[in-house]
Design a protein around this ligand. Structure first.
Ligand code: DGT
Ligand code: CA
Ligand code: CA
Ligand code: ZN
Length: 589
């Protein structure tokens, strides 16, 4: 289940926000924000650590360690409660708008008495904000935009939160006597980028004990409906879960039905009708006699409709039925196809773990190669210099091949890379001669999100045309529910990538998933290559890769489309981007 780390991280993030809202010192807010990130990304459950262990987490000193201890003992932290009491709930509701800072939220409350998003919208319509100090038409526009973002994500949750809960529910229910199979279905099984509710399916002859066990799970806060076929609950974090228990001979049809999507199901039901069959969550039946044809497995159901089994990420009625009927479904890339990760950070910049820890963890994942790509100097807060980068390179060369070798296989190869910052005009941090020393360069946008469409497009195309840039990192920079994608002519960028041999990243971080599925489908038509990367800032983040692979599958990608499934020699050839091989490599690839 959710680790205590996530709860503690959320608490400290809230504390940082509260400090900012109440006009506390900015540096204190930053200290707690940093601690929140460090604890959230820490590999050991904080509930298992003593005071000394806690203080070994970067950014955690005595006072923070004490607060963690207090939280674990009592379930709350008095300092946080005190500040909470000072800030009206309405103000906290306002700060949920991603584009409205805590200070402005407090001003709105104090001067206009605004304490809800709706009241804020009314005030903007009545033009009450315009004349306030520090506000203006531009602020109004930003706020409206933020509200739109907030509403569009609605009550949906990110993939990783949904997956953590689903895996826990499935493992708990699988242990109940009489449970013959159990899995999650719905949008999560399709790896949609956000999930509205979880749909868990069980095959059992007697539903009673399963339904009971389900309602008794520790994180269930409310039972919404309790029945023989379906039980729905709400969890403490607000995510709802539907459980359906079906007899084993309905399993295949039920799984197919509850996996969806609705649009896909409508198509499969039509196909059934054309063949004199009726498809429902109970099975596939002969329309005339009502006799059950098949339904024990999904494969059988699809086969009887004249289709191969269709992987859940494809089930969106985006051409998969037609492709299936022609037997032309893509052979989708699998997580096990990945030989490496090409975008990762260490504590040399904003990562949490030291180089060697990241490398060891990557080797444990069985990778054949692994790139370290800390930030360049243009993100000035990272304080990068050529010297520091070269010192890291020495360390990387020294660790190269030392981890992960087995059965006579050589160890994991390390690539020394960098995540460059794409400036407003498309320039990147370092001149060509320095960039030529890296094995791989990722380049990404981290600021200037609001340039004109034409300027933004030119900017990204220029980055692709840089002979040293191999991968465009998180290409649209969107953050799900928080930041919209760049306004950019993606087709021009995709064409530039294809022309120049630059790969597009599918950043697997659950709040990014960038490129997103629809953009991947478009990029694919330009014959672009992709890199599915974790963008890990801690050891735990390496496992986010599965969400990137799910997204790649939703974009119909095959193994060959993804450069980090390739053997290292083919990858290195791609990374040279048409330049001649470097002569001074420490070891030949
Ligand atoms: P979500 O929960 O909004 O992230 O999306 P889903 O796809 O999980 O949707 P949900 O939970 O409402 O329903 C689960 C699946 O059940 C859905 O993907 C397809 C199936 N389903 C639900 N309602 C209908 C319906 O009215 N017609 C058909 N054909 N299938 C439905
Ligand atoms: Ca659902
Ligand atoms: Ca549902
Ligand atoms: Zn980045």
């Amino acid at each position: 289940m959710a680790r205590s780390n996530d709860e503690v991280a959320a608490l400290f993030q809230e504390y940082a926000d509260l400090i900012a809202i109440t006009g506390g010192e900015a540096y204190r807010a930053r200290v707690y924000e940093k601690a929140a990130r460090a604890i959230g990304g820490h590999h050991t459950d904080v509930a298992t650590l003593d005071a000394k262990g806690l203080r070994e987490i970067p950014g955690v000193g005595k006072s923070i360690a004490d607060k963690v201890g207090e939280y674990l003992r009592t379930g709350s932290v008095s300092a946080v409660d005190e500040l909470r009491a000072k800030v009206p709930a309405g103000v906290r509701r306002l700060t949920a708008i991603p584009t409205l800072g805590p200070k402005k939220a407090m001003t709105l409350y104090e001067e206009l008495g605004i304490s809800s998003v709706d009241e804020l919208l009314d005030a903007i319509r009545a033009e009450k904000l315009r004349d306030m100090k520090g506000f203006g038409p531009r602020t109004e526009e930003n706020i409206l935009h933020g509200v739109e973002l907030l509403r569009s994500s609605g009550d949906r949750v990110l993939l990783d939160a949904a997956m953590d809960l689903a895996e826990d529910v499935v493992s708990e229910l699988s242990r109940v006597t009489g449970c013959l199979s159990c899995t999650y279905a719905g949008s999560l099984r399709r790896y949609r980028e956000t999930v509205g509710d979880l749909d868990v399916l069980v095959a059992a002859r007697k539903p009673g004990p399963l339904m009971r066990a389900f309602t008794e799970l520790p994180y269930v806060s409310e039972v919404i409906a309790h029945g023989e076929k379906k039980t729905s609950v709400r969890t403490g974090k607000g995510l709802s879960v539907d459980l359906r228990v079906v007899p084993p001979d309905s399993w295949g049809a039920a799984l197919q039905y509850f996996t969806g999507s609705k649009a896909h199901n409508i198509r499969t039901r039509e196909l059934a009708l054309h063949q004199g069959l009726k498809l429902s969550e109970y099975g596939l039946f002969d329309a005339d006699s009502g006799e059950k044809v098949v339904s024990e497995t999904e494969e059988e159901v699809y086969a009887r409709l004249g289709l191969p089994w269709i992987a859940p990420p494809l089930r969106e009625d985006r051409g998969e039925i037609e492709a299936g009927l022609r037997d032309e479904l893509p052979d989708l890339v699998q997580e096990s196809d990945l030989r490496g990760d090409l975008h990762t950070h260490t504590d040399l910049t904003d990562g949490l773990a030291p180089l060697e820890e990241m490398v060891r963890a990557a080797a444990e994942r069985g990778y054949a190669y692994y790139a370290i790509t800390d930030h360049g100097p243009d993100l000035y807060m990272q304080q990068m210099t050529e010297e520091r980068m070269l010192a890291q390179r020495e360390q990387v060369r020294e660790l190269d091949g030392r981890f992960g070798g087995r059965d006579g296989r050589p160890g994991m190869r390390l690539l020394h890379g960098v995540e460059l910052n794409i400036g407003p005009d498309g320039d990147v941090d370092w001149p060509g001669e320095f960039l030529a020393g890296f094995d791989v360069c990722v380049a990404s946008v981290h600021s200037h999100f609001n340039q004109s469409r034409a300027a933004q497009t030119r900017r990204l195309v220029r980055a692709c045309e840089n002979p040293h840039v191999n991968i465009i990192g998180h290409p649209t920079t969107r953050k799900i529910g928080r930041r919209p994608p760049l306004d950019v002519d993606l087709d021009q960028v995709f064409a530039a990538c294809a022309r120049t041999g630059t790969a597009l990243e599918i950043d697997a971080f659950p709040d990014r998933l960038d490129l997103r599925d629809e953009d991947i489908l478009r990029a694919r038509r330009h014959r672009v290559r992709f890199a599915v990367d974790s963008d890990a800032h801690s050891v735990l983040h390496l496992a986010h890769m599965r969400y990137g692979v799910g997204t790649a599958q939703r974009g119909w990608l095959t193994k060959d489309d993804v450069i980090n499934t390739w053997p290292v020699t083919r990858l290195r050839r791609f990374l040279r981007k048409g330049r001649t091989a470097r002569t001074s490599r420490a070891r030949p690839g």
